[in-house]
Design a binder for this molecule. Structure first.
Ligand code: G3P
Length: 220
């Protein structure tokens, strides 16, 4: 499974990149506003992220109708060769996915909650499908079970172009474990979750024991 960082924070992206584990970035307007982002700087910010990360950088359109989505998508795609345009799965979004993907723009279909939504996005030409996990958990449904259905359904078909599943709305290490066991191609994770993925109490305990023993060796 590949790891994308779900953030707009440059420092977080640089840190994850330095670990050698970063295959891409996903952003959205909420994440950009969280770092105090201004509309006037948005395109420059996307370009900065694209210069750090070699893999796809998803940047979201904010229009809700097809012409606006297509215009924004073309502008975003022109910023860097590794931009993937994030489009919501709506009828207008599907039309934008069709038009943009026909022009060679890579699309990440977002706000995806059902198997039919994923199948329609794939058929329209999306490169990535992002089923949301945590938001199902928020309404007391099993987000991982829904993710499993989408992964299994997409694997039944050849869409004539590659379609990868990005497990999104990931809130915990357990989400990542379950997504990997289901065969999701990618997990996009907040930096706090990525840091947790590296940790285990037994790793810390092993390190403490090692350091204590090394002290004895040094003092012998
Ligand atoms: O990539 C989509 C993700 O940012 C949504 O996460 O935690 O807002 O449900 P969340």
């Amino acid at each position: 499974m590949k790891f994308f960082l779900d953030t707009a924070d440059i420092a977080e992206i640089e840190e994850a990149e330095s670990w050698g584990v970063l295959s891409g970035v996903t952003t959205n307007p909420t994440l950009y506003s969280r770092i105090g982002g201004k509309l006037a700087n948005f395109h420059e910010h996307v370009k900065s992220i694209c210069s750090i990360v070699g893999g796809p950088v998803s940047a979201e359109v904010v229009s809700l109708e097809r012409d606006g989505m297509i215009r924004e998508g073309e502008e975003l795609a022109a910023l860097a060769p590794n931009v993937a345009v994030k489009v919501p799965v709506t009828p207008e979004g599907l039309a934008a996915i069709k038009a943009l993907s026909a022009k060679g723009v890579s699309i990440n279909t977002t706000l995806c909650f059902t198997v039919p939504q994923a199948l329609l996005a794939a058929r329209a030409g999306t490169r990535y499908v992002s089923p949301f996990v945590g938001r199902f958990d928020d309404i007391s449904e099993d987000g991982i079970e829904h993710l499993g259905r989408t992964v299994a359904a997409l694997a039944n078909y050849d869409f004539g172009h590659p379609v990868e599943v990005i497990a999104a709305s990931i809130r915990s290490a357990n989400h990542v474990t379950q997504a990997a066991l289901l065969g999701a191609d990618i997990a996009t994770v907040p930096f706090a979750v990525l840091k947790n993925l590296v940790k285990h109490p037994l790793t810390d305990r092993g390190l403490d024991a090692f350091l204590a023993d090394w002290e004895k060796v040094k003092n012998s």
